[in-house]
Design a protein around this ligand. Structure first.
Ligand code: 6R9
Length: 645
């Protein structure tokens, strides 16, 4: 198979990058020959209150399952992200902020540390202690980063919920981790529209009686209802509070945060990351992949509500004494030049975004890009979903003027930070390939039955050994952690992704092989959307699959069987889309609802999703084996009434 164009490593990059091709090979070799020395260097970049003497202590085997890294070391994440940079870089911006409406703000390391300490002291005054869970539901404002770091300072575990989630989704996440404190804002602002954050929290808390305190950050200063005795504005709580707060000494394996993510079954999982390994991996990969040097202006467009925002807006850049730009807005507001104008305004050197945004902007043509300078840019990155070569080439040629290498970074919420990416000084790039695993990450392709695949071939992507940034458990459910990731292929971590390896040993992620779909880089479980749909009084049964979508990567295609006395109408179709918006969040709303008198099932009652996927993809000549269907006529009807048929 031909993989198209290959872009060589620019000479200047090979010469000055943190890691060149030989350095990469040497690191990969060292992991084999002297792993403790290698991993000690990775974690040695952090400041430890008590240095670790144990390095890796891991078994993926069922009988003795455990994952521990640097387990006797003691450190604090906020110290590593703030205090230790003050002496040399106290006046350097830690965070730059571009608001939705074009305002600018900057916080130096000194200012950021003071603010984090004040918020930490506010939390302490509220009785928050080490190990307590704090829910954060904020827009993309600097306070979001400060609140995360304030939790880290006192050893509280944060659970950040993306501002696009609905009251129901918020409630589920608050209940799951039993958090007593919620930090939110009066309102958010995105693309000129108001996001009613406080109102959503009020709605969610109707079913969360355990929440004692809601801290409200001022964003729009709108008048919002405040519940007496429970709600207070952060500026009021900060009055007279000290800007000094002693950091809590944390064991490397103490939890740092929970982040909920969708899986193929059941409710979202609380992915738990710990202190030492997570921060070491976020910082190491941030430096290596982006060839990052302290003080460079780094812009990752991800929301802090997703893992990319955790690792590459907050923790990675700040651990590396970086300047991280936070952007509150959206790529197409007030117009399609926004990203590029912001790059010029802040002299952004490294820009990291999602393929869906690139595709959407590419559709608007070159002019909105070309009218900006972008001279400050030297490296571009993508994350979240496979990037089609056409979008990659446009990003490279038009946005980066052919002079900026592109790093296509493959990873997951579960993996803490990057797993595979070209390193700009080491790897020639191929549009659509995430190139090679980070040193220390051991990829393996397997057949469905587990047989190991070698050479150039496709298979299911597993990782055969641990790396420090790996999640440690599903919050409150160790069994689910093991079952989800380690039981399909015993002794290995299964990513859930399909993947091809080419003749050069480059990896090409082909997408999820489970019932997870990726809509605009947002991960959604089809089961979650189905369960929202069947919660509607008109719906008897629902099956949801992904289908190729030009901009979003995948779209949501819902097959819905109505209750006996309900008739399909356009109004009902719109109602169901709106229903999912409200139940989960706007990004989960089905693009297509097809009413179906029945769903294709096996004789044992299992829905045959393979067939539903083919119909949604309009791949009708190839429906595969339908002999096990209980009622073949169902399929004929589905094909006949296919949307767009
Ligand atoms: C960081 C993040 C994880 C899933 C993952 C895969 C897909 C992410 C990708 C990619 C191809 C890339 N994915 N990066 N696919 N190329 N560069 O996105 O985490 O939200 O947990 O999603 O996203 O399918 O399994 P998360």
């Amino acid at each position: 198979m031909s993989d198209g164009e290959v872009f060589p490593v620019p000479k200047a990059w090979a010469q000055k990058a943190h890691m060149d091709a030989a350095g990469y090979e040497a690191a990969v070799a060292e992991v084999e020959t002297n792993p403790d020395a290698f991993w000690t260097k990775v974690a040695g970049r952090l400041d430890w209150m008590t240095p670790f003497t144990q390095v890796k202590d891991v078994s993926f085997e069922k009988e003795d399952f455990h994952i521990r890294w640097f387990a006797d070391g003691v450190l604090n994440v906020s110290v590593n992200c703030l205090d230790r940079h003050i002496a040399e870089r106290g006046d350097q911006p830690a965070i730059l902020w571009e608001s939705d409406d074009g305002l600018m703000a900057r916080f130096t390391y000194r200012e950021a540390l003071a603010e984090v300490c004040r918020i930490a002291n506010v939390l302490k005054a509220k009785g928050v202690k080490k190990g307590d869970r704090v829910t954060i539901y904020l827009p993309m404002i600097p306070a979001a980063a400060f609140c995360m770091l304030a939790c880290a300072r006192i050893g509280a575990i944060h659970s950040v919920i993306f501002g696009g989630f609905s009251p129901d989704s918020i409630a589920g996440r608050i209940q799951d981790c039993d958090s007593r404190i919620v930090i939110t804002a009066d309102e958010g602002l995105r693309g000129g529209k108001i996001v009613p954050l406080k109102r959503n929290v009020d709605e969610a808390l109707k079913s969360c009686p355990q929440v004692t305190d809601v801290i409200v950050v001022r964003r729009t200063k709108a008048d919002v209802p405040m519940t007496e005795g429970r709600d207070a504005f952060l500026p009021d709580l900060k009055q007279g509070v000290s800007d000094v707060c002693e950091p809590e000494p944390m064991n490397a394996e103490d939890p740092l945060f929970i982040l909920y993510t969708s899986g193929s079954t059941g409710k979202p999982k609380g992915v738990l990351h710990t202190t030492g390994g997570y921060l070491a991996w976020a910082a190491y990969t941030h430096e290596l992949v982006f060839d990052y040097r302290p003080g460079e202006v780094f812009w990752c467009t991800a929301d802090v509500g997703w893992v990319t925002g955790h690792s590459y807006v907050v923790y990675g850049p700040l651990a590396n004494a970086g300047t991280s730009l936070m952007f509150e807005g959206v790529p197409n507001y007030p117009d399609h030049s926004r990203f590029w104008e912001v790059i010029d305004k802040y002299k952004v050197e490294i820009f990291y975004t999602a393929p869906t945004a690139i595709r959407a902007l590419m559709r608007e043509g070159d002019e909105p890009v070309l009218k900006t300078s972008r001279k400050s840019l030297r490296l571009l990155g993508t994350v979240g979903e496979p990037i089609n070569p056409e979008a990659w080439l446009w990003y490279h040629r038009v946005v980066g003027e052919g002079r900026c290498p592109i790093v296509d970074t493959y990873w997951q919420t579960e993996t803490g930070a990057c797993l595979a990416s070209p390193l700009p000084g080491a790897h020639p790039t191929k549009p659509g390939s995430c190139a090679k695993p980070m040193p220390g990450v051991k990829f393996q392709l397997v057949e469905a039955d587990g047989a190991v695949i070698t050479g150039a071939a496709s298979g299911n992507l597993c990782i055969t050994d641990s790396w420090p940034g790996q999640m440690r458990t599903v919050y409150g459910d160790d069994q689910r952690f093991f079952d989800t990731y380690f039981s399909t292929y015993p002794g290995k971590y299964f990513t859930g992704d399909g993947c091809r390896r080419d003749e050069d040993g480059y990896y090409w992620i082909t997408g999820r092989v489970d019932d997870v779909i990726n809509v605009s880089g947002h991960r959604l479980g089809t089961a979650e959307i189905e369960s929202a749909l069947v919660g509607n009084e008109n719906v008897a049964e629902a099956a949801v699959v992904g289908y190729p979508h030009d901009i979003k990567g995948q779209g949501v295609y819902a097959y819905v069987t109505l209750k006996a006395d309900v008739h399909p109408t356009d109004i009902l179709e719109a109602e169901l889309k709106g229903w999912v918006r409200r139940e989960i969040g706007p990004f989960a709303a089905p693009d297509v609802v097809q009413f179906a008198p029945g769903l294709p099932k096996t004789r044992s009652g299992k829905i045959m999703r393979r067939i539903l996927r083919k119909i949604a993809e309009n791949d009708l000549g190839n429906l595969g084996d339908t002999t096990t269907l209980a009622d073949p006529a169902v399929v004929e009807d589905l094909v006949k009434n296919r949307h767009g048929a």
